[in-house]
Ligand binder design. Structure first.
Ligand SMILES: CN1c2c(nc(N)[nH]c2=O)NC[C@@H]1CNc1ccc(C(=O)N[C@@H](CCC(=O)N[C@@H](CCC(=O)N[C@@H](CCC(=O)O)C(=O)O)C(=O)O)C(=O)O)cc1
Ligand SMILES: N[C@@H](CCS)C(=O)O
Ligand SMILES: [Zn+2]
Length: 771
């Protein structure tokens, strides 16, 4: 029996990588200094795992930005537009960061590659770009370098490589007339070249991540899996190849997965424990099974009794030598180290395990399965029992309230057409009304006020005054440039989910529980440990203050229940739907309080609603039913005249448009500019009846859009959506942007709205004249 880890967090337990990357980007440190930071992180990670007693320690799980982008560089999938950067900068690292973040230097203005969600997680990867007959060639030596780096640290590591089929399926065809899977034949020689080199250097085990094996696959994908792994086996009869699947069960891909001629197959027994029996029955004699029993996506202490039952069952069926023990997936999605949490309630802390502790759990499970360290099992069972019976968790009132929600509680008084008239009477908004999504730049200064406040270097009143000044400046500036519906800027928020978690009962938050979201950006998901309720209003103070400063409407700004659920660590002792409804009721109360405080427009952000979709289509409707219902519980307790907005980013809507419509928000703002308004087609085809704000500019890069390009996008929108349904706004919040680019971009956006209005009215006039 062996233990292994599928991947370890690479940000460093104090976010050293984030800080070093950002310093490198702003020219404050050299490439060599950046590389020293990465070397320290990887070395520490390898040593930690080796010293804990892990048999197969991973390498190539480090990344300066994203592991999929790393793979694109390794196999030379570098889109042509970056070739000049490679020449001008003469640095592999700068080329790499240019692909991730765009390049505006040396007279070049090149956009970043697209970024999207990694399966159903809050991690984002850089989408590979594929072209017909694309050739690949080994470009970056990263995998070899990491293997050698681990060797120097005294570890013969197991390289973790994105499997060939999943790598292709993660990408996007950038021209028509071919299927990305057609490229497998061209890509295979590069994989073979890498494996040859690794084998020559002494590698024994190779982990290929193939998460697509838990998704719905077509015949071509299945054939490609067979083709690729047969070829690899032919070439490398002695390498131990482990295929890793995670985030769901193999289900109808089981026979395919167990037929691959590899040494070991990893399965996720946290997400899909039911698959174990079926897999054990199907596993051929020469295939080892890696049991993903420690939850890599959540922070709860492992229940050793449950895990040991799985392990024993597997040992009985296939023998000790054929069993590996592991976390369910890479620990990338877990915070680094619970030991750093010195402020957590000790009862709750005893229920938790972060990455470092999960490594120990994996080792301990092997010990226990071997009949050793019985006292550790008793300790573990005490902690598990204490959580089951704790008084901290249950609140009968909350449970009763969820149980007594009726259909009427999830419905507005009247349908949208009636609400629209009533809202327009109150709001009196122009055609193409302008607004933003909520956050304004979270400058280093604003963040430093909060850091000082937390350290006690600023008192509550000083902190409050600084935030009020920043809010007032932002309100005045929005008035000045003529935005129609203002926002307060969200300066008081550390994060759109954590901020709410900090104020709700049933949540705890950590000091240092950071998890990578994309590139250098991290999030600190709050932990939902018990029944959720709202002891006090959470946002009314700031919305009321902002509204008191101006005659214009200020939107109240909330995060929706599904997004709070999705971006938190969620309790695993009740269905997610139950927790979601509890959060929904808390948000419903906040919405009511905002309305009572005179706020006429309330936005409830749900950017994670699509991310929460189960990976298999058969499971979608069940999820969508409770997710949409939760949004409706949160949003429908208002008068017809109160306008409810929602906002979503990173979403494709075609296949869930009916459910989006069922949310029945009066206005939805969506990310749209990167797809050049293509995302609107789903709304147009569906004849989406409510109002829509398609994002007219991209907010992930510092590039300032021109008025003309936004007018052009509005014209595209008008071609498919009636003008009186269209709002004008950026793709998402502006928290990651600087003020200078924000000012220029929003001024141009307001000008674009005016131009679109004039053009529309002129056309109307001409049409009427003609009639
Ligand atoms: C919309 N997005 C979000 C997602 N998930 C969330 N939970 N939240 C989101 O907003 N998922 C999808 C996308 C992902 N996008 C982003 C965008 C931006 C960030 C980001 O900026 N993250 C920040 C951390 C934000 C935060 O929590 N800030 C805190 C703490 C700030 C801090 O680091 N303080 C320093 C001291 C500072 C000083 O002294 O000057 C410290 O503690 O050491 C705060 O503002 O108080 C990031 O920096 O990574 C994430 C996801
Ligand atoms: N209101 C949030 C939404 C981000 S998805 C913001 O503006 O940052
Ligand atoms: Zn957004």
């Amino acid at each position: 029996m062996q233990t292994h880890i599928l991947g370890y967090p690479r940000i460093g337990s104090n976010r050293e990588l984030k800080k070093a990357c950002e310093q490198y980007w702003s020219g404050k440190i050299t490439l060599q200094q950046l590389q020293t930071v990465s070397k320290n992180i990887t070395t520490q990670n390898w040593k930690l795992q080796k010293e804990a007693g892990i048999d197969l320690v991973p390498c190539n799980d480090f990344s300066f930005y994203d592991q999929v982008l790393d793979m694109s560089l390794v196999v030379g999938a570098i889109p042509k537009r970056y070739h000049e950067v490679a020449v001008k900068s003469n640095s592999e690292m700068d080329l790499y960061f240019a692909m991730a973040r765009g390049y505006q230097k040396d007279g070049l203005d090149i956009t970043a590659m697209e970024m999207t969600k990694w399966f159903d997680t809050n991690y984002h990867y850089i989408v590979p770009e594929f072209y017909k007959n694309q050739e690949f060639k080994l470009f970056s030596n990263k995998i070899i370098n990491e293997f050698e780096g681990a060797k120097q640290a005294g570890v013969k590591a197991k390289p973790v490589i994105i499997g060939l089929v999943s790598y292709l399926l993660l990408g996007k065809e950038k021209e028509e007339g071919f299927d990305k899977l057609d490229l497998a034949k061209n890509l295979l020689p590069v994989y073979i070249e890498i494996l040859k080199d690794l084998e020559a250097r002494g590698a024994e085990w190779i982990q290929f991540d193939e998460p697509f094996l838990v998704l719905d696959l077509n015949e071509k994908a299945k054939e490609t899996f067979q083709f690729v792994y047969k070829e690899l086996r032919k070439q490398f009869p002695h390498l131990k190849i482990l295929v890793a699947t995670y985030f769901d069960g193999l289900k109808d891909n089981l026979s395919l997965a167990v037929s691959l001629p590899v040494c070991a197959l990893h399965i996720d027994l946290v997400r899909n424990p039911e698959q174990l029996d079926e897999v054990l029955n199907a596993v051929p004699e020469n295939l080892s099974l890696s049991l993903g029993v420690v939850d890599g996506r959540n922070i709860w202490k492992n229940d050793f009794e449950t895990s040991l039952n799985f392990i024993k069952k597997a040992i009985d069926k296939i023998g000790t030598d054929s069993v590996l023990i592991a976390p369910s997936c890479s620990l990338l999605h877990s915070p680094c180290d619970l030991d750093l949490e010195t402020n957590l309630d000790s009862e709750i802390k005893n229920w938790l395990a972060f990455a470092k502790q999960k490594v120990d759990e994996v080792v301990m499970l092997k010990e226990l399965a071997n009949g050793n360290a019985i006292e550790k099992s008793e300790e573990n069972q005490k902690a598990i029992a204490s959580r089951k019976t704790s008084k901290l968790i249950h609140n009968e009132q909350v449970k009763q309230r969820v149980n007594s929600v009726t259909e009427k509680d999830a419905q507005r008084e009247n349908e949208f057409s009636i609400r629209k008239t009533k809202q327009q009477k109150v709001l009196n908004l122009p055609l193409f009304p302008t607004t933003t999504i909520g956050s304004f730049p979270q400058t280093t200064e604003v963040r430093s006020w909060r850091a000082k406040f937390k350290k006690g270097e600023l008192n509550a009143q000083q902190y409050d005054t600084l935030l009020k000044e920043e809010t007032e400046k932002t309100i005045r500036w929005q008035e000045e440039i003529g935005i129609d519906v203002l926002v307060h800027g969200e300066f008081e928020r550390n994060d759109m989910v954590e901020y709410f978690g900090e104020q709700l009962n049933g949540f705890v938050f950590t000091k240092n529980g950071w998890v990578q979201s994309y590139g250098s950006r991290c999030v600190k998901p709050p932990i939902i440990f018990g029944d959720v309720s709202r002891p006090n209003p959470m946002t009314v103070y700031w919305s009321k203050y902002a509204q008191s400063l101006t005659e214009k409407w200020v939107k109240g700004m909330l995060t929706g229940p599904v997004t709070i659920l999705q971006w938190s660590f969620v309790r695993n002792d009740q269905p997610r739907s139950e927790t979601c409804k509890q959060i929904a009721l808390a948000i419903r109360d906040e919405v009511s309080d905002l309305e009572n405080a005179g706020i006429k427009i309330i936005q409830i952000d749900e950017p994670a609603i699509r991310e929460g979709l189960p990976l298999r289509k058969v499971d979608w409707q069940n999820y969508l039913k409770w997710a949409v219902e939760s949004f409706r519980i949160a949003s429908t307790g208002v008068k017809d005249s109160t306008q409810i907005h929602t906002h979503m980013c990173y979403s494709e809507f075609n296949d869930i448009i009916q459910n989006i419509a069922d949310m029945d928000a009066d206005v939805i703002t969506i990310e749209c500019s990167r797809s050049q308004m293509e995302l609107l087609d789903a709304f147009a085809e569906f004849k989406y009846p409510n109002e829509i704000g398609p994002g007219v500019y991209e907010i992930h890069s510092p590039r300032v859009p021109s008025k003309e390009e936004m007018v052009e996008l509005l014209r595209k929108a008008e071609a498919v959506i009636p003008a009186n349904q269209i709002w004008v706004n950026p793709d998402c919040g502006l928290k990651t942007r600087h003020w200078d680019e924000t000012r220029k971009a929003l001024e141009a956006m307001v000008a674009a709205s005016k131009e679109a209005t004039i053009a529309y009215l002129q056309e109307e006039k001409a049409n009427n004249h003609w009639l």
